[in-house]
Each structure stands twice: as C-alpha cells, then as structure tokens.
Design a protein around this ligand. Structure first.
Ligand SMILES: [Zn+2]
Ligand SMILES: [Zn+2]
Length: 251
C-alpha cells in the first residue's frame, strides 16, 4: 500500500472545490470517490487504543509496507485530549461563530446543548488547540462523531432510504453544502441563520429520501418550498372535487 497524507488532503481540497450540484454529476462523484479511497487508507494508518506510541512505527511499517516518514508518525500520534476549554476560550468561540452552531446555524442556547468539537478529530491527530475547536449543537456533534470528512459517514450505498431522524445523514448533508443555502443566488449561511435539510425532488413528486436527493436550505427557501407543495396539494384537492362534482352532475 502506498499512502501519503498529502493524497488525502489534496483529495479533500479537490472535493471542496467541486460545488455540490442538485442531483449529482460525474465530477463530484469522482471527487467523492477519491476522498473515500484516501480516507480508507488513512483509517488503516490509525491504530486502536491498545497500541502505545512507541509501537506506531512498527504498525505503520506493516500497514504501509515501508518504513513510515516522521510526518506520518507525527500525524498518527494521538494528541492529548484537552478536556473542557476555558470560559474565555468558549466565549471567543461563541463570538467567532456568531453564537450559532458552525454546522447547522441553530442558536447555541441551552436547548441546543452546545458542545466543543475538534474540527480535525483527535483520532486523526487533531490538536487540542483554539484553531482546531468549534462549537456544534449536540445533534450535529452526534452526527459528526469522529469523522474526518463527511464522505466518511455519508450513507451513499445504502439501499435503504434515509430516515429523517438520521443525525449522521443530516450532518453529512450540512457539511457537504458547507453550511450554505443551496437555493440559486441565496447568500444565507450557518453564520447568520438556521439551515434545514430538504429533499431536492420532494416525495410528493416522486423523489426518494436518498443521500444525493438531499440539500440544505435556509428558512426562507425551506418555507417557500413547503408553501409551493401546499398550494399544489390544495389545487389537486380542488381539481378532484370539481371532477367529482362534474361526475355527480352528469348523473
Ligand atoms: Zn448544529
Ligand atoms: Zn436560501
């Protein structure tokens, strides 16, 4: 196995530069595939908790099939978990994020049960440093777990439809759209308001709740879509009533 952490970083950057499309196109699919392949290799490089730091080089030699470079050893070494951050740092994070969850934009009140998250997970060598912290609501944090990238946790190949309660799918979509509303020309982000995960083609129009049929919308566009569907449904009802009336009349 030939693996370089820079493969993973460049694959992630390339995917980030590929804008999420309504539905999916080949460029995005290929970018996702490259991240998935690189992540698989990276995952294999991270040993479990039983291994002590001085055993890492031996482990990596076995996984990589060659002596590991100091860079790889350093990345694989577990960073110390920082525990709770200080009140001052917490306040700094709140200011940085406009008091909203970095992922879904919900206001970080007590109800959102905010949690301090390592952007780059500790399990992947992420540091317990201010630059690597963010505040997430408990739902987003639960969905993220220790994912290095949303492609890791995205339920692409499941034949089952995604349940609306799946926190993991919800997180993956929010992260895929980088906390921005997908509506044309809309500039709303998680920094300014709460975002919602919606189906691109709604169930009423034949769309299934699978990963590539989900997108992120701001409240305005989410409500607009609900109104559109309600109007359509009420028109369908009145058309059906008219039809029944006409039928009755003909008798
Ligand atoms: Zn959130
Ligand atoms: Zn919007």
């Amino acid at each position: 196995m030939n693996f370089d952490w820079s493969d993973l970083i460049s694959a992630i950057n390339a995917l980030q530069d590929t804008p999420p499309t309504p539905g999916i196109d080949d460029a995005e699919l290929q970018a996702q595939f490259r991240v998935q392949s690189a992540l698989r290799k990276a995952l294999l490089c991270v040993p479990n908790d039983r291994l002590k730091a001085d055993q890492y080089p031996q482990y990596l030699r076995r996984v990589l099939g060659k002596p590991p470079s100091p860079d790889i050893i350093r990345l694989v070494e577990k960073a110390q978990r920082g525990g709770k951050v200080s009140d001052d740092l917490y306040r700094e994070l709140e200011i940085r994020q406009n008091c909203r969850c970095a992922c879904c934009g919900i206001v970080l009140s007590k109800n959102a049960r905010p949690q301090v998250d390592h952007i780059h997970p500790v399990a992947f060598g992420g540091e317990s440093a201010p630059g690597n912290y963010q505040l997430l609501c408990s739902k987003c944090n639960l969905g993220k777990k220790a994912s290095l990238h949303w492609v890791m946790a995205a339920p692409f190949f499941s034949t089952r439809e995604i349940k609306s309660t799946s926190v993991s799918a919800r997180y993956c979509i929010l992260a895929k759209y980088q906390g921005k509303c997908a509506a044309d020309g809309c500039t709303s982000t998680a920094r300014d308001e709460e975002l919602f995960v919606d189906q691109i083609i709604p169930s009423q129009e034949g769309g299934r709740p699978i990963f590539d049929n989900l997108q992120v919308l701001c409240r305005h566009h989410h409500d607009q879509e609900i109104n559109r569907l309600q109007i359509k449904a009420s028109r369908a009802v009145s058309a059906a009533t008219k039809y029944r009336g006409a039928k009755k009349f003909s008798f």
